[in-house]
Write a protein that binds this ligand. Structure first.
Ligand code: NAD
Ligand code: LMR
Length: 330
């Protein structure tokens, strides 16, 4: 029997596909550890509350020893009251004829009130992961509307991109995933992201050197990772769900429990100006997690090729920030 106090974990978009792949793993202890009970709060729009209730019935039917209870609501204030870990998954998908500005505006209608509700009611130790797209800018909207919560608690998910890059590299070199360390995703969770092999290591050797094929790196590896989301949608007829849920688990698990010694991971976090990324933009960086906190890995040499790639993705983030600023969302 677990003896720790239950941690309040809120999942938005709980009745969606990622929600369905995520909730059972949280309840089974994979998010926070096998000794930490969780109380789930499911936030949905009114039309999807019934479906969320169905998922909750299934969660009950699993008889997870760590699951301390489930609350279901369509009210962000109730969902985020006392929240310790918030997984913001529900978002407005792009539909036919929608421009990027329309998408940002529609998502502003979701992430602004959610940021305000987090500001009003979250626990002091709250940690927030935004999964719903455009994840980095949605995180910026929520963070900007929660002035009393330390900005660094708002993060955006690039761990799926990180995991995708790990697998592509392992397959190319025929090595085990455990041989790969220090891979980085820089920038936005979008097609402009930059998966960086120049600082990664394979069995202790520089990964770009181990690949030894700049053409593959530039014209196969980077586009395969950056456009993987679209390729999954094309193949499955729906966006990635189980792999996205898996990445959300990895992100929060490492943030809370720490990254492995001698390795780092990728997280979208508010920039402190490191590596020339304008302060405040929520951009992906190499980070080490320890004692429940993350820190940007400092001192990496960025060559001209990497500089251009990072700058292009960061420019896109700045454009998105300016667009949501223009809409009065931040
Ligand atoms: P989905 O459409 O299956 O589910 C989304 C759910 O969100 C729906 O049940 C919907 O009712 C709910 N929702 C909408 N507005 C809400 C609100 N205001 N409050 C609470 N719930 C709300 O979508 P999905 O496949 O689960 O994907 C969710 C999001 O995650 C999408 O934006 C998708 O693009 C994104 N995504 C991000 C990554 C990443 O790596 N960052 C990867 C995959 C998917
Ligand atoms: C992914 O990377 O799989 C998703 O962000 C794709 C999408 O647009 O939902």
């Amino acid at each position: 029997m677990a003896s720790k106090a239950a941690v309040n974990v809120t999942v938005t978009g709980a009745a969606g596909q990622i929600g369905y792949a995520l909730l059972f793993r949280i309840a089974s202890g994979q998010l926070l550890g096998a000794d930490t009970p969780v109380r789930l709060r499911l936030l949905e729009i009114p039309q999807a509350v019934k479906a969320a209730e169905g998922t909750a019935m299934e969660l009950d039917d699993c008889a997870f020893p760590l699951l301390d209870g489930i609350d279901i609501t369509d009210d962000p204030k109730k969902a985020f009251d006392g929240v310790n870990v918030a997984l913001l998954v529900g978002a407005r998908p792009r539909t036919k004829g929608m421009e990027r500005g329309d998408l940002l505006e529609a998502n502003g209608g979701i992430f602004k009130p959610q940021g305000e509700a987090i500001n009003a009611g979250a626990a002091d130790d709250v940690r927030i992961l935004v999964v719903g797209n455009p994840a980095n800018t949605n995180a910026l909207i929520a963070q900007s509307n929660a002035p009393d919560v330390p900005a660094e608690r708002f993060t955006a998910m690039t761990r799926l991109d990180h995991n995708r890059a790990m697998s592509q590299l392992a397959q190319k070199l025929g090595v085990a995933l455990t041989d790969i360390k220090k891979l980085t995703i820089w920038g936005n969770h979008s097609a402009t992201q930059y998966p960086d092999l120049f600082h990664a290591e394979v069995g202790g050797r520089n990964a770009a050197e181990a690949v030894g094929d700049q053409d593959w790196l530039e014209n196969t590896f980077i586009p395969t990772v950056a456009k993987r989301g679209a390729a999954i949608i094309e193949a499955r007829g729906a966006s990635s769900a189980a792999s996205a849920a898996n990445a959300a688990i990895d992100h929060v698990h490492d943030w809370v429990n720490g990254t492995a010694e001698g390795d780092w991971t990728s997280m979208g976090i508010p920039s402190d100006g490191s590596y020339g990324v304008p302060e405040g933009l929520i951009s992906s960086f190499p980070v080490v997690c320890k004692d429940g906190k993350y820190e940007i890995v400092q001192g990496l040499e960025i060559d001209e090729f990497s500089r251009k790639k990072i700058d292009a993705s960061v420019a896109e983030l700045a454009e998105e920030r300016d667009a949501v600023k223009g809409l009065g969302l931040i």
